[in-house]
Design a protein around this ligand. Sequence first.
Ligand SMILES: C[S@@+](CC[C@H](N)C(=O)[O-])C[C@H]1O[C@@H](n2cnc3c(N)ncnc32)[C@H](O)[C@@H]1O
Length: 237
Amino acid sequence: MPPRVSPLKDAIQHVVSKTDKTYKLEVKYINAVKGRGLFAASSICKGEFVVEYRGDLINDAESQRRRSLYHPSCVAFMFAFKWRGKMWCIDASRDDGSFGRLVNDDHRHPNCKMKRIDVNGIPHLCLFALNDIKEGQEITYDYGGEDCPWRTQMTTSTANARSADEPHPSPQSDAEEDDLPGPSSTLQKTTTSTANARSADEPHPSPQSDAEEDDLPGPSSTLQKMTTSTANARFSR
Ligand SMILES: C[S@@+](CC[C@H](N)C(=O)[O-])C[C@H]1O[C@@H](n2cnc3c(N)ncnc32)[C@H](O)[C@@H]1O
C-alpha cells in the first residue's frame, strides 16, 4: 500500500508520474453497447483521487481540426473544457493503455466527479470519488450535457423498468461549476473552486488567484515543466 497522502497530492503524484492505480483499479469488458469500463479492484474512499483522464492537451483549433478528421468513435474520447477563458481539449482517442479514458458515463448515480487540477500551469482532468466505492463497482462520472445517445436509448427502452420517483443526481451549483463540452460533444462537467497545494518536495509556492493564473504562459511554453518533480497545483472543485 502506498503511503496515505492528501487526494490532491495523490493526484499530482500520479499526474507527474503518468501512472494509474493499477493496484486498485481494473479494466473489464462490460457489453457490446458500453464496451469496456473501469472497476474498483479494491475499495476506494470518498474524496480519494481515482484516475486522470490522460491524453493530448490541445487547443480549440486543433480540437476542431481533429474532430473533422476523426471517426465518431474517436471523437467520443475528446474531452473539451474551459481554461483561462479559452476552450481546450484532452484528446484521449489514442489507446495508450491509460485507465481514465475508459470510465463510462452515469448521470444518475455517478460515484466520481471530474475536477481540473493545474500542475505547473498545465490543466489536468482528474476523477475523485464522490462516495465510498466498493470493490467490484464500476467507476463512473456524469459526462454532463443532455445528448448522450445511450441515455435516450435507455429512456425509451427501459423507462418502464425505472421507477418514476427515482432520485436525480443532486443539483450542482452553476456558481461553482463550468459546464463544458466533453466526450461525444456532450457538455462535460468539471468543477472550479480552488485550493492550493504543493508536492512534498516543493517549498511553499504562493497561492494563485484566477487573475494570476490567467497571466501564466500558455501550454506550449509550459508543457516541459511537467517533467519536473515539483508541482504547483490549483485544485478545481
Ligand atoms: C470515453 S469512452 C468510455 C470507454 C468506452 N466504454 C470504451 O470501451 O472504450 C465513451 C464511450 O463509452 C460509451 N459509454 C460511456 N458511458 C456509457 C453508458 N452509460 N452507456 C452506454 N455506453 C456508454 C459510449 O460509446 C461513449 O461514446
